[in-house]
Design a protein around this ligand. Structure first.
Ligand code: OSB
Ligand code: MG
Length: 366
């Protein structure tokens, strides 16, 4: 396929409710969409970078800039396949979220041309995937219980609570007392230190599936030490940026579950390699989320349908995030989302919605 143009489109969507984590509160989602044109085909992808570099070093304006100046020029005009994109972009260090978006857009164009769904291409074995929901830090425990109650009423099959020092044992205890059997896990987004091991062990009595990324992303050894004190399984998110990172963390005893986010690791091809490496080592994986619109969600749901993905993911319905999604909404049926079956990612942006939320478009041509 010859890539003739890369269109970068910035959109801004209000979230249905503020989402508070230890790294800040999101009230709107600014998103960078990548649209590639190639030999009469087109492909779409969503860059998962947040507006500010507070989850990882990448951020929307930075991803936009690196694609314009350094990544798109390496693809434009070249005759390539999606499987070659990572190698062509490898001379540029880091910027995995930006690279993932380009690779996914090229892959979408390639699969649309071939008439193959992303799910089939990746080797999906499920036609629908169980949905979990990530619940932000709330102003009070009663407010949290109300939020969890409504998500459970909608049918979500697993609850993840965001935690930070001062908002951990008390909310976990309250949710567990009210729903003794619900699948429950927590995510700290690096908010704790090695000195908090004794405190985090207090979560052990609540039967959590896992504790996600308690320590700094660079502190793999710290997670291995923590795993000696805390019985709750440790799951890494921010620390894992490649299959090499995953194998290293597993071999060091730092993680027994992995949150796979395709943007964080440079794309769906690397995600598949991580899933395989984890499965070989008896480590469960699940598909994380970055508050994606329907464009990114479609591809994540395809990945979550792979056999290695044995735990419910942060793949919630469109309505958990947006009153109006960019695509036809993903809806929860019996706690599951259907895996798209159409060619490529299997969804298209709705032109009217897209026009309404677009804040800027840049076209880069070869
Ligand atoms: O750490 O998993 C995370 C959202 C933005 C950035 C990081 C994370 C999250 C979530 C929400 O937990 C996942 C989702 O529902 O998309
Ligand atoms: Mg996380």
């Amino acid at each position: 396929m010859r890539i003739s143009a890369v269109e970068l489109r910035r959109v801004r969507l209000p979230l249905v409710a503020p989402f508070r984590t230890s790294f800040g509160t999101q009230t709107t989602r600014e998103v960078l969409l990548v649209h590639v044109l190639a030999d009469g085909a087109e492909g779409w992808a969503e860059c998962v970078a947040l507006e500010e570099p507070v989850y990882s070093s990448e951020y929307v304006a930075g991803a936009h800039a690196v694609i314009t100046a350094h990544l798109a020029p390496r693809l434009l005009g070249a005759d390539l396949t999606a499987e070659e994109v990572a190698t062509l972009l490898a001379p540029v260090k880091g910027h995995r979220m930006a690279k993932a978006a380009l690779e996914t857009a090229v892959l979408d164009a390639q699969l649309r041309t071939a008439g193959t769904s992303l799910a089939a291409y990746l080797g999906a074995t499920k036609t629908r995937v169980p949905a979990g929901v990530s619940v932000g830090i709330m102003a009070s425990v009663p407010a949290l219980l109300d939020a969890v109650e409504s998500y459970l009423a909608e049918g979500y099959l697993r609850i993840k609570l965001k935690i930070e020092p001062g908002w951990d044992v008390e909310p976990v205890r309250a949710v567990r007392e009210r729903w003794p059997d619900v699948l429950l896990q927590v995510d700290a987004n690096t908010a704790y230190t090695r000195a908090d091991a004794g405190h985090l062990a207090r979560l052990d009595e609540y039967g959590l599936l896992l504790i996600e990324q308690p320590l700094d992303e660079d502190d793999v050894v710290g997670h291995a030490l923590l795993a000696r004190t805390v019985r709750t399984p440790i799951c890494l998110d921010e620390s894992i940026e490649s299959v090499g990172d995953a194998v290293d963390a597993i071999e060091r005893g730092a993680t027994t579950v992995v949150n796979v986010k395709p943007g964080r690791v440079g794309g769906y091809l690397e995600s598949k390699r991580i899933a395989a490496a984890c499965a070989e080592r008896g480590v469960a994986v699940w598909c994380g989320g970055m508050l994606e619109t329907g464009i990114g969600r479609a591809a994540n749901v395809a990945l979550a349908a792979l056999p290695e993905f044995t735990l419910p993911g942060d793949t919630s319905a469109s309505s958990r995030y947006y009153a109006t999604d960019l695509t036809a909404p993903f809806v929860l049926r019996d706690g599951h989302l259907d895996v798209p079956t159409g060619p490529g990612i299997g969804v298209d942006p709705l032109p009217d919605v897209l026009a309404e939320v677009t804040t800027g478009v840049e076209v880069i041509e070869g």
